[in-house]
Design a protein around this ligand. Structure first.
Ligand SMILES: Cc1cc2nc3c(=O)[nH]c(=O)nc-3n(C[C@H](O)[C@H](O)[C@H](O)COP(=O)(O)OP(=O)(O)OC[C@H]3O[C@@H](n4cnc5c(N)ncnc54)[C@H](O)[C@@H]3O)c2cc1C
Length: 416
């Protein structure tokens, strides 16, 4: 079904009886050219671009739960292209350019809103680092503006500027950053892929791989065996559990990250802000709720829920930046499982098993990557070569020492 203003009016006048499901519910076939494991944003985008850009049609996406039930529907919806390192920034700039044309591309309202993201700085050293990052962004075709304290005050007059410990001294503004309605991204890609013949098979958990003589021939699932020319794994927080079934141990840990939404307020936050001292980031949804988050819970877990100490920690960070937040009621909180890599950067690569490919390690930055991760993973699956913007996202960087350590934190996933 295609959508238009005319269709909305027609349905409104005829009792909304003409809407049909946005994708089919097909039975799995015995063999596909490409099987993508994981029906999150990345898996669906991979199938979409395989069909649309690379002309493939015999594709299945296998999802153990339902479309939108994983991190794609749990994140704080922030998109941006404000990275420092060469291995990262061209990729995220590619992704942001895809976001900018996405709604026209898949004819679906994903509420892409480039409302700007502001990273606050609190010390002279942070300002130097922000200037350097801004220059790296501009060199890679992104946008960046360094604001002084008065520039920040004009945008966000209610921040705690004169905090004795963390006074606000300015910020790095990335105007093309913003937010996107996350579950609409999953639905838009699912619908677009389905329209091009991709079978989206929900309630179908992959339980094993059929590997013979070093080649992956297909997958065992709760709905039977499915043969495949190539298998792409894109299961985010479940990466280590799924790849273990192929005998691989990943340089990755799974951690919980929580997100929070307040009661609805009148418009107060024009863009996205991140606190440069505590770990706290916040935006306002179109319904009025403040959407915010902070650190991961800090212990390994596969549970999609977090614990109270981090709720307290995030609330403290938020209130020290925006004192008025203390008067706002928290409405909802939830958790997702993060696939935290050792250097904080992702992997889009072939494995040592022929026909088995991997996309993961996105830590808490994978939502903004959704279009480019899908495109680059599709490129790798189709051509067996990495896309130009994703050449650094290799497994062997942990062997050769070519880390992409954006934060300079070292090999400790819970610090990225
Ligand atoms: C609270 C929170 C806030 C975040 N905020 C941001 C943000 O603001 N900006 C940003 O860029 N990123 C953010 N992220 C990160 C981002 O959401 C993830 O990196 C990204 O969504 C991961 O890719 P995905 O959408 O494909 O994952 P998912 O939606 O998790 O997809 C993976 C799918 O694989 C399925 N699966 C797992 N095992 C199997 C199996 N054996 N068989 C079949 N299917 C399987 C799962 O059910 C799941 O649906 C956040 C994450 C969380 C949890």
């Amino acid at each position: 079904m295609r959508y238009s203003g005319f269709k909305v009016i027609k349905e409104a006048l005829t009792g909304h009886k003409g809407w049909t499901p946005q994708w089919r519910d097909p039975e799995p076939q015995s063999h596909y050219d490409f099987v993508i494991i994981g029906g999150g944003g990345h898996g669906l985008a991979t199938a979409y671009y395989l069909a649309k850009e690379f002309g493939e049609s015999r594709i299945a996406v296998l999802e153990k739960g339902w479309i939108g039930g994983g991190n794609v529907g749990r994140n704080t919806t922030i998109i941006r292209s404000n990275y420092l390192l060469d291995g990262n920034e061209p990729f995220y700039e590619f992704s942001l350019k895809l976001w900018e044309g996405l709604e026209q591309d898949f004819n679906y309202n994903a509420m892409v809103s480039q409302r700007g993201i502001l990273n606050l700085v609190h010390t002279d050293a942070q300002r130097d680092a922000a200037r350097r990052r801004g220059n790296a962004m501009i060199l890679n075709g992104s946008d960046a503006e360094l604001l002084d304290v008065e520039g920040v005050r004009k945008l966000y007059p209610f921040l705690n500027f004169d905090n004795a410990r963390f006074p606000i001294k300015g910020g790095l503004l990335h105007r093309r950053g913003g937010t996107v309605r996350h579950d609409a991204v999953a639905w838009g890609y699912a619908r677009g892929a389905d329209m091009r013949g991709v079978d989206i098979i929900q309630n179908c958990e992959v339980t094993g791989f059929k590997i013979e003589d070093g080649t992956c021939l297909g997958v065992e699932t709760t709905r039977g065996y499915i043969g495949a020319g190539k298998v792409g794994v894109s299961v985010a927080g479940s990466s280590s559990r799924v790849m273990e079934k192929a005998g691989m141990r990943l340089p990755m840990e799974s951690h919980v990250l929580q997100a929070f939404v307040s009661e609805g307020l009148k418009p107060v936050l024009p863009g996205v802000i991140t606190y440069g001292a505590g770990h706290f980031y916040c935006s306002q949804s179109d319904k009025g709720g403040l959407v915010f988050g902070g650190d991961i819970d800090g212990y390994n877990s596969y549970a999609q829920r977090g614990n109270m100490p981090v709720i307290e920690d995030v609330a403290e960070g938020g209130i020290s930046l925006i004192p008025a937040l203390g008067r706002v009621r928290l409405l909802r909180a939830w958790g997702g499982i993060m696939d935290m890599s050792m250097d904080g950067s992702p992997i889009i690569d072939k494995t040592h098993i022929d026909g088995l490919y991997f996309n993961g390690g996105w830590c808490y930055g994978g939502f903004k990557a959704t279009p480019a991760a899908g495109w680059c993973f599709a490129h790798l699956l189709k051509t067996d070569t990495p896309h130009d913007t994703a050449t650094a996202y290799r497994f062997d960087r942990f062997r050769t020492g070519h880390m992409i350590d954006e934060k300079g934190q070292g090999a400790q996933p819970n610090l990225h």
